[in-house]
Design a protein around this ligand. Structure first.
Ligand code: SAM
Length: 291
């Protein structure tokens, strides 16, 4: 999987950050933070960190000294994450090594950030898991297949590692809706679950599958919705989503009739976005699991 192919460009990850932050499920988050409070200086791993969204979101919500290990299989994104953390408001930055890590301090609180470049599916080869207190992943696991998640969960269970997975995709609705939305949103979701070298991504089934797999491993779980409410004036988000829909749907083997219908549907959405007359509600689920 390449960043460019999948659209993990820093501009998209930056655009979605405030929507993710607003959408995060508070009950799930509290369960996770309550658990974390029992460790005086926790070590947290941000899996598929992109440009460091979890660190940016939680740094002020974790009151104690703590350490982040940012994991991504793209060194460019790890570098970008560190660079953007140097701008964290209200923190002093020391020990900044552009590809390796940095330290942030604020009123006596110290936050260390390190990086590890590699696949989250081979985490035990990347990190000493005995030193880790919590794994987090934001907007990551819907990309992976059920088999990949089963392998990952076995690692969680073996190492008794708690896991917070936020913003896992579940649905998309245009507001107002039109007649053909269901057809093309359905195709978009089928594209997420298309056959790829590693299997089929879990896509909209992600939360349901994760819960089922983790329940099978006797995990205790807190689960809840985390929904983006994208309004008609949120043009940055609307344009990104339009672009992803357009690209994905044109990759599908549609019939000529479906192709024509699709072009008409996309043109209607383009007009509605440009005219400030449409929003999108994107459903996600958050999950905190521990053993
Ligand atoms: C949708 S982005 C989410 C990024 C970030 N968590 C956020 O919320 O902005 C998915 C991230 O997973 C990373 N990724 C994909 N496959 C991976 C793998 N096998 N191991 C580690 N990271 C991976 C991508 O490089 C990308 O940064």
């Amino acid at each position: 999987m390449s960043v460019d192919d999948l659209g993990f460009n820093p501009a998209w990850l930056t655009e979605r950050f405030p929507f993710d932050s607003k959408a995060r499920n508070q009950e799930v988050e509290s369960a996770c933070l309550d658990y974390l409070a029992s460790f005086p200086t926790p070590v947290i791993v941000d899996l598929g960190c992109g440009n460091g969204a979890n660190t940016k979101y939680f740094i002020d919500r974790i009151p104690s000294d703590h350490t982040w290990i940012l994991v991504d299989n793209d060194q460019r994104l790890l570098n970008h994450a560190l660079e953007s953390l140097t701008k964290a408001e209200g923190y002093q930055i020391t020990n900044y090594k552009p590809t390796e890590g940095l330290t942030l301090t604020q009123a006596g609180k110290q936050v260390s950030v390190k990086t590890a470049c590699g696949s989250l599916l081979e985490l035990d080869q990347l990190l000493d898991l005995t030193t880790v207190h919590l794994l987090m992943a934001n907007a990551v696991f819907d990309l992976f297949s059920e088999d990949q998640f089963i392998g990952f969960s076995n690692l969680l269970k073996t190492n008794r590692l708690p896991f917070l997975a936020t913003l896992n995709y579940s649905s998309m609705h245009f507001v107002p809706a039109s007649e053909t939305d269901e057809l093309f949103v359905g195709y978009y979701e089928a594209h997420m679950q298309r056959e790829q070298a590693f299997g089929r991504g879990m896509g909209k089934r992600c939360s349901e599958v994760m819960e089922q797999v983790l329940r099978g491993l006797s995990a205790q779980m807190t689960v809840g919705p985390s929904t983006w409410n994208i309004g008609s004036t949120d043009l940055g988000m609307l344009n990104f989503l339009y672009h992803y829909l357009d690209d994905s749907l044109h990759e599908l083997p549609l019939t000529d009739v479906e192709g024509l219908l699709l072009d008409g549907w996309l043109a209607d959405k383009r007009r509605a976005i440009d005219g400030g007359g449409i929003g999108i509600r994107v459903g996600h689920c958050d999950l905190f699991a521990r053993f």
